[in-house]
Design a protein around this ligand. Structure first.
Ligand SMILES: Cc1ncc(C[n+]2csc(CCOP(=O)(O)OP(=O)(O)O)c2C)c(N)n1
Ligand SMILES: [Mg+2]
Length: 331
């Protein structure tokens, strides 16, 4: 059995992880604007509670898969921020050897089976992994993240259907950030809750959670993981949130109502977790402020180190083409 129980991590630990992800991505945004990042990068600023809450329920033997918005998901599973930043800047020591970039962050060593740029393309893969777990009886649970817009893709419906019919150990996590690339969901989805309102079509309960509340995400997903591990089948969870930035670092998101964006910042999940910490007496406001300063300092230092790192040797392009590390032609 590779599965294990929900990690014993308190609110303070969850908060620290969210902070680290927030300031990692804020630093990346700056580096992008300085022209130091090649290719696109899609940030999940405002969605950290989902990545961290879900990851906190998974054991080291469990699997997760995400989208092009996957930095947070890799970091939440324990990937080293330096290796991820090196990857984003195409440097030696990047988590994929500096060859994948932002949209392909993968760390199998941390149970993170990849970031996928084809909308919905990874959902059948997650179901295939869950099917493998059923056959092997390995106790692994697979969590699959995707966006609200993805629920309009055929692969989503086919995959959820199969997982439900075969009661596979998978947790589908729809991060409803209210927008597709540039389109508000209400323009293209005929139901109010893109994932939850479609769950009954597959015999599943509609489950909705406040995706800006890390404790609520953790509790709700812990139940879904337990259910999957027991053999009782999948859960289709909708975590409501808001994408605080544009679709990618190149998108200023001027198509959004500024009042809507300001209201969303008042529900910032990182601030919400800090407030909870002071309410519960687990940390004082001074302590959370000191933590913010420390994490920002860590990210400044990290960026300096990564900018000094060399790019990979050109010969590295011919390595790692197969999972055993080789690159010889096979057919
Ligand atoms: C199959 C496919 N169609 C279209 C695109 C272009 N595209 C990239 S992201 C995106 C929007 C996806 O929205 P959502 O699922 O809500 O995810 P979010 O970006 O909000 O996280 C689209 C249409 C794509 N990458 N793949
Ligand atoms: Mg979306």
């Amino acid at each position: 059995m590779t599965g294990s129980v929900v990690q014993d991590v308190g609110l303070r630990g969850l908060y620290e992880q969210m902070l680290r992800i927030r300031h990692f991505e804020a630093k990346l945004d700056v580096l992008y604007r300085q022209g130091r990042v090649r290719g696109p990068a899609h940030l999940g600023i405002g969605q950290e509670a989902i990545a961290v809450g879900v990851a906190s329920t998974l054991g080291p033997g469990d699997a997760s898969l995400g989208t092009y918005r996957g930095h947070a998901h890799a970091l939440a599973r324990g990937a080293d921020p330096e290796a991820v930043l090196r990857e984003l800047l195409g440097r030696e020591g990047g988590i994929c050897g500096g060859k994948g970039g932002s949209m392909h962050i993968t760390s199998v060593a941390h149970g993170y089976y990849g970031s996928y740029a084809i909308v919905g393309g990874h959902i059948p893969t997650a179901v295939g992994m869950a099917w493998a777990s059923r056959i092997r009886r390995d106790g692994r649970v697979t969590a699959c993240f995707f966006g609200d817009g993805t629920t309009n893709i055929g692969a989503f419906h086919e995959a959820v259907n199969l997982a439900a019919v075969w009661s596979l150990p998978v947790v589908f996590v729809c991060e409803n950030n209210q927008y597709m690339e540039y389109t508000p969901i209400a323009d293209v989805i005929p139901v109010a809750r893109p994932a939850a309102d479609r769950a009954p079509a597959y015999g599943l309960e509609p489950v909705v959670v406040d995706g800006n509340d890390v404790e609520a995400v953790r509790q709700t997903v812990a139940r879904a993981v337990e259910r999957a591990r027991r053999g009782d089948g999948p859960t289709l969870l909708e975590a409501t949130t808001y994408r605080l930035g544009g679709h990618s670092v190149a998108d200023g998101a001027a198509y959004r109502d500024p009042d809507e964006v300001s209201a969303a910042w008042l529900r910032d999940p990182v601030v919400k977790a800090a407030q909870r910490l002071t309410e519960t007496g687990d940390a004082t406001a001074e302590e959370t402020e000191a933590l913010v300063a420390r994490v920002k300092g860590e990210m400044d230092d990290l960026a300096v180190r990564v900018l000094e790192a060399p790019t990979p040797d050109a010969a590295a392009a011919w390595t790692g083409m197969w999972s055993d590390g080789s690159s010889t032609w096979r057919n």
